[in-house]
Design a protein around this ligand. Sequence first.
Ligand SMILES: Nc1ncnc2c1ncn2[C@@H]1O[C@H](COP(=O)(O)OP(=O)(O)O)[C@@H](O)[C@H]1O
Ligand SMILES: [Mg+2]
Length: 217
Amino acid sequence: MNYLSAESLAKSFNDRWLFKDITLGISQGDKMALVGENGTGKSTLLKILIGQLSADQGVVSVRDGIKLGYLVQQPQVAGHLTINEIIFDKNNKVASVVKDYEACIHDAHTSAERMQHVLELMEEFKAWDYDAKVQTITSKLGVLNLDQRFDELSGGQRKRVFLAQMLLAEPDLIIMDEPTNHLDLEAIEWLETYLGWPADYFADGYPRSVLPGQRCK
Ligand SMILES: Nc1ncnc2c1ncn2[C@@H]1O[C@H](COP(=O)(O)OP(=O)(O)O)[C@@H](O)[C@H]1O
Ligand SMILES: [Mg+2]
């Protein structure tokens, strides 16, 4: 099943072509690596694939209903959000159901109908183990104090918070920009296992088993 296709993509900045004529398809189960020198346009291409940036030429199409997860190279957030607020992001449906459920059980005035509705949503979204999942993922990635403010974190810690947020949203297709730069070996190995990827996939930020432009299945 095809998840994402890109056809004849081209992008330039300031009259300099970063790339031209990039055509690719990503199907269910595919694993691909994008390898290149700094400044060659890797991050730009990924932003075009996830729809954050438009290409000068070409089209990207994503299959209906496919949820994309994207890990930006340098995560930023406006304002003074805590890690908890980022991880329980309102765009993450499961997280917002859990939040509603917790609000209901802590509010003595919750009506029976509302409680019933929230319980049904908890079932529908299989949200009962969400807190445990948050606990596992954050601790494995070394994100320990969820009350800490995001703007107080180092670049590496910020990246790990966003990696946790992305994994918790359980996307169908994951696109990551330099995912392992700020992870220690233990966290890299945990991530490989969690994603079910080959053990050597993440070596040195680049997969040992994948040469530039080739696929790793
Ligand atoms: N918004 C932008 N405006 C102008 N130039 C940009 C912009 N974004 C990236 N570039 C330039 O495009 C080139 C590729 O950047 P980038 O995609 O970040 O490369 P990589 O991820 O491979 O290191 C760099 O020279 C960068 O300065
Ligand atoms: Mg980059």
